[in-house]
Design a protein. Structure first.
Length: 141
């Protein structure tokens, strides 16, 4: 069975109920397709939520920021999350030595995906297509 790994950008769209993406994932899951995310996506979303908490200047904004953090943690508790492993780190270091210059977090997501022989689901095809051997699809179209 093919493993699909959703990147941070598309996962954010999914969380906001992007209709095309939401329906595509719902149908895929109903047909037994395996969809996971990565520890990198968890890090990126939690970092963003914590930044919102630190920037809050009013009680209302602070409460809302904490509620978004709770919603994010709850959301991730329902997903399977792929770890950043030594195998993924080996891919990452090889790609950096090859001179592949995409964002660090995207390259880590790509490395995790390759370590699990998956296909990354992303809108950022331009960057992910620079990674040798990585398959990617955009389910938001």
């Amino acid at each position: 069975m093919t493993l699909y790994v959703i990147d941070t950008d598309l996962l954010s769209l999914y969380q906001r109920n992007h209709s095309q993406l939401f329906n595509r994932i719902r149908i895929a899951r109903a047909n037994g397709v395996i969809i996971k995310t990565t520890a990198i996506t968890v890090e990126e979303q939690c970092t963003g939520r914590l930044a919102q908490i630190r920037k809050a200047r009013t009680p209302e904004v602070l409460v809302a920021a904490y509620n978004r953090l709770i919603a994010t943690v709850s959301f991730f508790s329902e997903l399977e999350i792929l770890p950043y492993s030594l195998v993924a780190d080996d891919y990452f270091r090889q790609f950096r030595q090859m001179g592949i210059r995409i964002g660090t977090q995207d390259l880590r997501i790509a490395s995790i995906t390759l370590a699990h022989d998956g296909i990354v689901i992303t809108r950022n095809r331009k960057d992910f297509e620079q990674v040798p051997g990585l398959k990617n699809e955009d389910w938001s179209l």
